[in-house]
Ligand binder design. Structure first.
Ligand SMILES: Nc1ncnc2c1ncn2[C@@H]1O[C@H](COP(=O)(O)OP(=O)(O)OP(=O)(O)O)[C@@H](O)[C@H]1O
Ligand SMILES: [Mg+2]
Length: 263
């Protein structure tokens, strides 16, 4: 799924999602039960992903095994082409593996229906991309509001949550600005506000500082640290050692193989 489509994704039913309905989605039911907080949020075992290009078979992920626990801040570091985005797409339920097992909140991903997966992406995961992916015709606050519209949140509550999300990234004073009127760092802060406005349990960021200078990267990292302190689980993908070592722990990826590293 293209990133642009993702940010505009809508689960197939528009109506507000009440608790009864939530209980029908395995991931949310698991979270509601609140009994798994000492177990893995993300549990990947021997995940493989292949791409066939002509005669060549690329092993983008080669028996990748990893665990991420709730409230962790983990970085995944590796060079270009090592499989980082492929891994993020699988963790974020944007793509499925060719082999291996993925448990999300203790439940095999195969048990989720398409509709459940759309809900998981919309309600449990906040995505942040290198290229911000803001909608250029919408102001900062309208971009942040969008996921809440898709969730059917009422206008009054939307306004309040958008305001709070922009405050959390210190951008309230730019709420009415269009993306073209914002610096790269400010655009990324809008994208982070959009990712967190739904109160996701997991924030997945793919090279969020990749297009930013080192000073602005530091500002963005401070925001991630703040979100982590507030209890968010963060998985941050990067090729930059300095960025990676700010996380609690780092997982190295090379040729689709994972290994834990000390940075
Ligand atoms: N849709 C695709 N079709 C074919 N090959 C692909 C596809 N997506 C990724 N690959 C290949 O899989 C491998 C891993 O790609 P991936 O995009 O996950 O790397 P990455 O670590 O995110 O790289 P970068 O740092 O440049 O973003 C690469 O060899 C890439 O060429
Ligand atoms: Mg990538």
């Amino acid at each position: 799924m293209a990133e642009e489509e993702l940010v505009q994704e809508k689960s197939s039913d528009d109506e507000e999602w009440d608790e009864t309905e939530a209980a029908e989605c395995p991931a949310v039911a698991a979270e509601c039960a609140d009994s798994r907080y000492d177990s893995d949020m993300i549990d990947l075992k021997d995940i493989c992903k292949y791409y066939q290009i002509g005669d060549e078979r690329v092993r983008a992920l080669d028996h990748a095994t990893m665990h991420i626990y709730p409230h962790e801040f983990v970085s995944i570091i590796g060079p270009s082409g090592s499989g980082k985005s492929t891994l993020m797409n699988i963790i974020g339920c944007l793509d499925v593996s060719d082999a291996g097992r993925y448990l999300l909140d203790g439940i095999p991903i195969e048990d989720y229906s398409e509709n459940d997966l759309a809900k998981v992406r919309n309600e449990k995961i906040g995505f942040v991309f290198q290229s911000f992916n803001l909608i250029s015709k919408l102001s900062a606050e309208e971009n942040v509001e969008l996921p809440l519209i898709y969730q059917g949140v009422k206008k009054h509550e939307r306004d309040e949550r958008v305001k709070q999300a922009l405050e959390r990234v210190n951008l309230s004073h730019r709420a009415k600005h269009m993306p073209t009127e914002l610096s790269g760092g400010q655009q990324q802060r809008v994208a982070i506000a959009r990712a967190l406005v739904t109160n996701p349990s997991l924030i997945l960021a793919d090279e969020p500082t990749g297009n930013l200078d080192s000073h602005t990267s530091q500002e963005i990292m401070q925001i991630f640290h703040g979100l982590h302190k507030q209890g968010n689980t963060i998985v941050l993908i990067t090729h930059d050692n300095n960025v990676a070592k700010e996380a609690q722990r780092s997982i190295h990826i090379l040729d689709g193989k994972l290994s834990e590293v000390k940075l």
